[in-house]
Design a protein around this ligand. Structure first.
Ligand code: GSH
Length: 218
């Protein structure tokens, strides 16, 4: 039975899962959430209604990292996004958590706040999120200063699937300072990776959805 992915091309968490699928040319049925019927199906599968959601052989998988872990177990391909060595896999999961919790979460806080009614905005929380992003950029700059190509070394992994869309939108939301040369170079390497370049291209028609106004660049 074909895998079904409930996803929207403009969503960062969906891009994270899509990169994993594209890396290994894994066939799947793209249930795009531009389609109202796919939205109804998603709500029936997962009442929390966050996406992406993957359905495989009647089982529903949610959380982008868990979807990637599931693909590695049930649909492995040439590109091993979770290393076989437990130590290396732990490094990948560590960096995956970093990008999710300290890049994506504050980035989404800033965007979500802009969608609130004016009287319900949370300027203190937004200022904290901006501070957290600056701290995370600084830490990442230090981490990458050993010259590694990808998040944990020479192999592209689940951590890079997370980093690509999260750094992409984080830079749009709260610019990565020009002093963070390694972070900018890493973001450029991610943009050049064919799996992510494809996800970025598929999302182009939806740039008007970006609540803060999409800049005229990737
Ligand atoms: N923890 C989830 C987060 C997923 C998530 O927040 N997805 C966003 C799209 S990028 C979403 O579902 N937004 C719709 C909503 O918040 O109602 C994961 O890792 O997959």
């Amino acid at each position: 039975m074909t895998l079904q992915l409930y996803a929207h091309p403009f969503s960062s968490y969906c891009q994270k899962a899509l990169i994993a699928l594209y890396e290994n040319d894994t066939p799947f049925d793209y249930r795009t959430l531009e389609d109202k019927k796919a939205h109804e199906e998603l709500a029936a599968l997962w009442p929390i209604k966050r996406f992406p959601v993957l359905v495989d052989e009647g089982r529903t998988w949610f959380e982008a990292s868990i979807i990637i872990e599931h693909l590695a177990i049930a649909h492995p391909g040439a590109v091993q996004l979770i290393p076989a060595s437990p130590d290396e896999a732990q490094e990948v999961r560590l960096m995956d958590r970093f990008f999710d919790n300290y890049i994506s979460t504050p980035q989404q806080k800033i965007v979500a706040d802009s969608l609130r009614p004016a009287e319900s905005r949370d300027p203190y929380g937004v200022a904290e999120a901006r501070k957290l992003l600056d701290t995370a950029y600084r830490w990442l700059e230090q981490e990458l200063s050993d010259g590694r190509e990808w998040a944990t070394g020479t192999a592209f992994s689940m951590a890079d699937c997370a980093a690509a869309p999260f750094l992409f939108y984080a830079d749009w939301t709260h610019a990565i300072g020009p002093q963070f040369l390694q972070v900018h170079a890493y973001r450029r390497r991610l943009l050049a990776r064919p799996s992510f370049a494809r996800a970025v291209d598929e999302a182009r028609p939806f740039r008007s959805y970006f609540p803060l106004g999409a800049p005229d660049r990737d």
